[in-house]
Design a protein around this ligand. Structure first.
Ligand SMILES: *Cc1c(COP(=O)(O)O)cnc(C)c1O
Length: 373
């Protein structure tokens, strides 16, 4: 079986360095908010090209704390609206709801799966305070168009960079393309820890300081609480693991690109639509997502042929039970995407042999089902 993602093999490549880093933390006697977290924050801020990086417990917290900080700074308040793509992972939307703000869903471009900038303006109201573009599957959104709209309407731009570590847009990296950015270091992400982790990047001094306090019980100074904060910290072990993995991120992205380019050049089955890439540097291929009208049949066919695939994501946010107020709303592009997408195996350590086999099997797929619609 070719696995969808083999974390054991991936982390085995860095085992010695990871063990050494782990040992360094164990013997330091200091496990929360110490030198490792600080060193990772500095390294990741430099990597993204920003002034500040604040480590937090996970990617959802990163997004929640950005919005929470804007509320504490008086820039947003309960009932305000944030524009977000209708086809994202639920966390992008939960971060808005968790802050008592209203998510306003905007449809994506069917070819890139990214929020369609031409659909944004019609959804802006007097309560709109931000746009939250999601660099879904690892490709950066059209940030020039999005930032122009934001500037015209005085909106903040909050990037969801949970899938796009290292991706560029016009020579700037994800994390440096808006006012603030949320990252996840969930083990399966392109920069993955060996547990949970997350970070915020920004060039805004006040925002960074506020987020730092909010994630530490609202405290900017020991035993003094400025805000009703929360506990969201990147621990020393994960920060140490991430310092090791960060050194190999660009190399891993390059390896993913080789696989993605092979897929794009050699998948020739006309029943399969390969993803559109705006610019080679803009995509770090967290996921390689194809579309097919016979998606479910294709998935079982691949399983029978020893290829594991996943669906990102089977149910659109507006059809989730958690958001029943939207269940009768229609987002046709998003629905088409959710009904037809399939994620192929891709990772830095997938062999060329495996990639060849996947393409070969895909190219002889011949659905027996009659044409739908
Ligand atoms: C993974 C992910 C998140 C959440 O990250 P966690 O670390 O799992 O909380 C947010 N947004 C997107 C788009 C993601 O893929």
């Amino acid at each position: 079986m070719i696995p969808f993602l083999d974390l054991k093999t991936i982390n085995a490549h860095y085992k010695d360095a990871l063990l050494e880093a782990c040992n360094r933390v164990i013997t330091s006697g200091w496990y929360i908010h110490g030198k490792e977290c600080e060193a990772f924050e500095t390294a990741f801020a430099n990597y993204c090209g920003v002034k500040h990086c604040v480590g937090v417990a996970n990617g959802l917290d990163a997004l929640i704390l950005i919005i929470r900080a804007y509320k504490e700074l008086g820039i947003m308040q309960d009932g305000d609206e944030i524009i977000v793509p209708s086809n994202t992972y639920i966390a992008s939307i939960l971060a808005i709801s968790a802050n008592q703000l209203t998510p306003i869903l905007v449809e994506p471009d069917i070819n890139t799966y990214l929020i369609d900038p031409t659909q944004i303006e019609q959804h802006i109201t007097s309560r709109t305070k931000a746009i939250l573009p999601v660099h879904l599957y690892g490709q950066t959104c059209q940030m020039d168009a999005i930032n122009q709209i934001a500037k015209r309407y005085h909106l903040k731009v909050i990037e969801d960079s949970a899938q796009s570590h290292g991706a560029f847009f016009n020579n700037k990296r994800s994390g440096n393309l808006g006012d603030a950015s949320g990252f996840s270091f969930y083990p399966g992400k392109n920069l993955g820890a060996l547990g949970d982790g997350g970070a915020i990047t920004t060039n805004d001094n006040d925002l960074a300081q506020t987020i730092r306090a909010l994630g530490n019980y609202g405290s900017h100074k020991k035993y003094e609480n400025l805000y009703k904060g929360t506990n969201s910290r990147l621990d020393e072990i994960q920060a140490a693991m991430l310092q090791v993995k960060l050194q190999f991120l660009d190399q891993e992205i390059a390896q993913r690109r080789v696989i993605a380019n092979y897929y794009r050049e050699h998948i020739s089955n006309e029943k399969i639509i390969v993803p559109l890439v705006e610019h080679q540097d803009n995509h770090v291929w967290h996921l390689f997502v194809i579309r097919c009208t016979y998606r479910d049949e294709l998935q079982s066919y691949l399983t029978q042929n020893g290829i594991q695939t996943l669906i990102h994501y089977p149910i659109p946010p507006h059809k989730q039970a958690a958001y029943k107020e939207w269940n009768s709303c229609s987002y046709p592009i998003s629905e088409t995407i959710h009904n037809t997408v399939l994620s192929l195996p891709i990772s830095a350590h997938q062999t060329l042999e495996e990639t060849h086999k996947i393409v070969q099997v895909l190219n002889v797929f011949n659905p027996c089902k009659k044409e739908e619609q």
